[in-house]
Design a protein around this ligand. Structure first.
Ligand SMILES: C[S@@+](CC[C@H](N)C(=O)[O-])C[C@H]1O[C@@H](n2cnc3c(N)ncnc32)[C@H](O)[C@@H]1O
Length: 228
């Protein structure tokens, strides 16, 4: 089947995520509730960090002091996870396709001078300062919404470009392969089998050392950048 125009698809993603952010950003970021208090919403971000980051500091820090690490988050939304990341690590950059999500993230992160929310083009990291290097990259509940494999692989390639050798890119993709994604659906993203995830790592200079949740919505991947 012919692929739709990539720019059309990226514009659709931006437009629809902007609309979701204007309507009820917190709900679309974390659909567990229709309406969130500040305390509950940001505590859900702390819970994500407790579950996915604090339990995994050996792989993430590799002996480094977290306060001396620079971290990248892809699809940061309104800063739900970026905020606790900014308390744990020395510096954090978050990118997101939606200008409205980034506007709200800037409000969330106003008191955190070490946190930098940036709107990007939805598929690469050219928005980051030239030559910047990261010690860890993270993404949760973002790639599960992206309807084009090429866009996800572009992020993997770009993270490889900005990560220091040996460092970890930990991220979640849709692993439930019966999901019916379609090119014009910006909510249900393309699923990955375990084999497809491994191939994507190998093609892009990563070792896919651990994978948990193949076949499930929350399919977590630990891609370690190959040493130089
Ligand atoms: C469900 S929200 C999750 C936000 C954040 N990761 C969290 O856990 O709080 C998904 C986010 O991914 C962003 N997003 C969707 N497609 C994207 C793309 N192609 N590039 C960057 N961000 C994207 C959306 O704008 C939205 O902020």
């Amino acid at each position: 089947m012919p692929q739709p125009d990539l720019n059309w698809q990226l514009q659709k993603m931006r437009k629809e995520w902007d609309a979701r952010a204007r309507e009820n950003a917190r709900h679309y970021v974390n659909t567990a509730r229709a309406s969130w208090t500040d305390a509950e919403f940001f505590s859900s971000g702390e819970q994500t960090v407790a579950e996915e980051i604090l339990t995994d500091m050996t792989n993430i820090c590799q002996g480094r002091n977290p306060q001396e690490m620079r971290v990248l988050e892809i699809g940061c939304g309104v800063g739900r996870v970026t905020l606790p990341l900014s308390h744990l690590f020395g510096e954090v950059y978050g990118v997101d396709i939606s200008s409205e999500m980034i506007r709200q993230a800037a409000v969330t992160l106003a008191g955190r001078p070490n946190a930098h929310p940036l709107q990007n083009n939805g598929m690469d990291l050219s928005v980051l300062p030239v030559g910047i290097e990261f010690d860890f990259a993270f993404s949760t509940i973002v790639f599960q919404h992206i309807p084009r494999r090429e866009v996800i692989e572009s992020y993997v390639r770009e993270v490889h470009r900005v990560l220091r050798p040996g460092a970890l890119f930990k991220f979640q993709v849709q692993g439930y392969t019966a999901v019916s994604s379609s090119p014009d659906n910006t909510w249900l993203g393309v699923p990955f089998t375990d084999e497809e995830a491994v191939d994507m790592a190998n093609r892009n200079g990563f070792e896919p050392r651990y994978r948990i949740g193949a076949g499930e919505q929350h399919f977590w991947l630990w891609f370690f950048k190959n040493p130089a």
